[in-house]
Design a protein around this ligand. Structure first.
Ligand SMILES: [Zn+2]
Ligand SMILES: [Zn+2]
Ligand SMILES: [Zn+2]
Length: 294
C-alpha cells in the first residue's frame, strides 16, 4: 500500500493497489502549480484510492475546461485529482511517502521546458503529450506574461491573481530534495531562487498569498489561495522564489542539489551540480529534512 499527504498533514490518502507511472510533465501549467521544473505523476485505479482524512479540505481550481488542480487550503500542497474527469486518479508522486516500485519512463511537454531545466536521464522525450495519453488531453500552456519593468525577472501564479518581479541577478538557484520541499511542491524536488528582498516587488495579489510554516520549524512556503500555484515568500533580507512560477529566464541555472540523502527513490540526480547530503555549504537553508507532520 502507498500512503501520502499534504505538507501540513490535514489531507492524507492511501492507494491499495498497483500504480502506473505516467512520467515527468514539463508543461508550464504544471510548473506554475507545483513551482518545480517538472511534475511526476502516477495513475491509480479509482477503486484503489481512499482519502484517509481531509477530503472536505481539498480545494479545486479549474485550470482548463478539462483540467482541475487540487490543493490543500492550509498548506497549499498539490494533492491527487480524483477521477471525475479522467478515468483514473492522478497522483503527484512527490506527495507519496513510499517508493512506488514503478519508475517514470518518459518526459512530456519538453517543448515548453523552462530555460533553466535540464533533462539528465536518457528516457524518451515527447515534445507534447505522448499519443498513448490522448485521454488526458487538456490545455497545457498559459499565455506568456512579461515583467512590468524592463530587465526585471518576473513571475506569477497559475491563475494570474498573483504577480511579482525582482531585480536580478538572483543570489542563488538550487534544487532542494528534502521531504518537506517534496510535499510542498508535490514533485521530485523544489527548485528555489534566492533574491534580495529590497529588489523584490509584488505587482498584484500580495493579499491573495497564503503563507504556511511547519509548526516548530523555520520551513515556510506560500501559495495563491485561488489557484494553489506556488508563490514567493519573504524571509529576513531575502525572498525565496519557487522557480516554476517564473515567467522569464532568470539568467542563471541551478548550481546545487541539497538534502540529497532525503531524495525520492525515483529521482535521477544531475551529477554536474554540487551535491550536498544535507544543507549546502553556502548560506544553508534553515530547515532540516524529516517526514511531514502527517
Ligand atoms: Zn495541507
Ligand atoms: Zn493564482
Ligand atoms: Zn527543502
Amino acid at each position: 500500500m502507498l500512503t501520502g499527504s499534504c505538507l501540513c498533514g490535514d489531507i492524507a490518502f492511501e492507494i491499495d493497489g498497483p500504480v502506473d507511472a505516467l512520467g515527468h510533465c514539463h508543461c508550464s501549467m504544471c510548473r506554475k502549480f507545483h513551482g518545480s521544473p517538472f511534475v511526476t505523476f502516477v495513475a491509480a485505479a479509482p477503486q484503489d484510492f481512499r482519502w484517509v482524512r481531509g477530503a472536505e479540505r481539498v480545494q479545486a481550481y479549474a485550470s482548463s475546461p478539462l483540467g482541475s488542480r487540487r490543493f490543500c487550503g492550509r498548506c497549499g500542497s498539490p494533492v491527487p485529482a480524483t477521477a471525475d474527469v479522467l478515468p483514473f486518479v492522478l497522483v503527484p508522486l512527490g506527495n507519496v511517502t513510499e517508493d512506488p516500485g514503478v519508475r517514470p519512463g518518459l518526459h512530456m511537454f519538453t517543448s515548453s521546458m523552462a530555460p533553466w531545466d535540464t533533462i539528465v536521464d536518457d528516457m524518451p522525450q515527447h515534445a507534447e503529450l505522448p499519443p498513448e495519453f490522448a485521454e488526458m488531453a487538456m490545455e497545457s500552456e498559459r499565455p506568456a506574461r512579461v515583467p512590468r519593468t524592463p530587465g526585471a525577472i518576473g513571475g506569477s501564479c497559475l491563475c494570474g491573481a498573483v504577480a511579482f518581479e525582482f531585480d536580478g541577478p538572483p543570489l542563488k538557484m538550487y534544487h532542494c530534495h528534502c521531504s518537506r520541499c517534496r510535499r510542498a511542491a508535490g514533485a521530485a524536488y523544489q527548485t528555489l531562487l534566492r533574491a534580495r528582498r529590497n529588489g523584490f516587488r509584488w505587482l498584484k495579489g500580495a493579499d491573495n498569498v497564503t503563507n504556511y510554516r511547519v509548526p516548530g520549524t523555520r520551513f515556510e512556503c506560500a501559495f495563491c489561495r485561488t489557484c494553489g500555484g506556488r508563490t514567493p515568500w519573504e524571509r529576513h533580507d531575502q525572498v525565496c522564489i519557487p522557480a516554476g512560477c517564473l515567467d522569464n529566464d532568470p539568467g542563471v541555472q541551478p548550481t546545487d542539489n541539497i538534502f540529497i540523502d532525503s531524495r525520492a527513490a525515483w529521482t535521477v540526480l544531475d551529477e554536474r551540480l554540487k551535491n550536498w547530503p544535507e544543507a549546502g555549504g553556502w548560506n544553508p537553508p534553515k530547515h532540516a529534512p524529516g517526514s511531514a507532520t502527517a
